[in-house]
Design a protein around this ligand. Structure first.
Ligand code: PMT
Length: 348
């Protein structure tokens, strides 16, 4: 139940206009080779806070491993590519973080411990229900006759359910939230967490829902200060970006070789979704690609696996209208695939 909100216009400015699009067919990047990985990590300095994260991640994984609990890394939100060191301008990848935050909740409810690697300030598990981007939390509250701030009666039940789930995850230490902003921070942190997670072998699961940039501006070419418009002779800004190595292959074959790995494929053209998803599976050799279209991602996704081919998961119109979330169907299917993966891998 969503309260009427006078403060938030229901107009969405982020909706794209297909009529203005130009069709550009861009070839897929090849998978990263060890040399690409070495070059990237050698040429770029790790984020200064990485050792702090490393300790938290190692402790988190060790504590859940003791209990033989499965641990999933959920990545969520879009990475940025800064154009300046003191960043005023950056290029962004589309993702509100809904898929990641929602999925994390269903993993938690089903007994997983979750490392939530997310774009800072994108949606978070639980608080997403009352976020500024969808429902302003202030619209759920009022002042009673004694001047106490209270939740309106009609939202009490719904909010109590979310609150209890949140407190359970927090109090049992089931959720570790790790932020990134740039693609550079994302890659260093992903590598770090992958290597930590490799310790628990097949009990580790990767659910890579983040929208990761394919291009970046190397530090060697990044100006320290805000780019000045008068610097360029003809008043145009020319930016030459490098390709980000496709690290998924490195994740599969060397960072966490026993873990189950799921990547997402986002397309906007329904004619190419399946072939792109199959192509990703062949190129990276992992266990599952979940394909989704930007326009329908909240209503349907397609699972593509090496063994069973394609399999669509769809909400019915009634389910969609009543607010059922597609992640409530996706996560149980993944859990059963992960269970099979653990059985298969333990007999190798
Ligand atoms: O957050 P929402 O608004 O709910 O939107 C969710 C979503 C649509 C963003 C999500 O469901 C989704 O599809 N995420 C993946 C989008 C994406 O980045 O696709 P891609 O084709 O660029 O990358 C495919 C895979 O390759 C990704 O899993 C990524 O982790 C991996 N990759 C990408 C770039 C790179 N340099 N190396 C990689 O390994």
């Amino acid at each position: 139940m969503t309260p009427p909100s006078p403060t938030i216009s229901r107009v969405r400015t982020s909706v794209f206009e297909p009529a203005t699009a130009i069709d550009r067919t861009f070839p897929e990047f090849p998978a990263a080779q060890p040399i690409d990985e070495n070059n990237y990590f050698k040429k770029h300095k790790p984020p200064p806070y990485l050792s702090e994260i490393s300790k938290d991640v190692a402790n988190f994984i060790a504590s859940h491993n003791k209990l033989n609990r499965k641990v999933v890394l959920v990545t969520s939100g879009g990475t940025t590519v800064p154009l300046e060191n003191n960043t005023v301008r950056f290029i962004d990848n589309f993702s509100a973080g809904t898929r990641g935050a929602t999925s994390a909740e269903y993993f938690l409810e089903n007994g997983y411990a979750v490392i939530f690697l997310h774009r800072e300030f994108s949606l978070l598990p639980y608080s997403r229900h009352y976020s500024h981007t969808t429902n302003c939390f202030l619209d759920y509250m009022n002042e009673d006759e004694n001047g106490q701030v209270v939740i309106n009666a009609e939202y009490q039940n719904e909010m109590r359910v979310v609150l209890r789930k949140y407190q359970n995850a927090r109090d049992k230490g089931l959720l570790l939230v790790v932020p990134f902003t740039t693609v550079h921070q994302y890659l260093f942190t992903l590598k770090l967490i992958s290597q930590e997670l490799s310790v628990i072998g097949p009990n580790g699961l990767f659910y890579l829902a983040a929208a990761v940039s394919d291009f970046f501006l190397p530090h060697s070419r990044m100006p320290e200060h805000k780019i000045q418009s008068q610097n360029d002779n003809d008043g145009k800004l020319r930016v030459s970006l490098e390709a980000v190595p496709k690290f998924l292959s490195r994740l599969v074959d060397s960072w966490a070789p026993l873990a189950m790995i799921i990547s997402f494929k986002l397309e906007t053209d329904s004619n190419i979704l399946l072939s792109k998803a199959r192509g990703a599976l062949e190129r990276y050799n992992h266990q599952l690609v979940i394909g989704n279209l930007l326009q329908t991602r909240k209503k349907e996704v397609v699972f593509v696996t090496p063994e069973e081919g394609e399999h669509w998961i769809r909400l019915t119109d009634e389910q969609h209208a009543s607010g059922t979330e597609i992640e409530s169907l996706i996560i149980p299917e993944i859990m059963s695939l992960h269970e099979k993966w653990c059985e298969k891998t333990s007999t190798l």
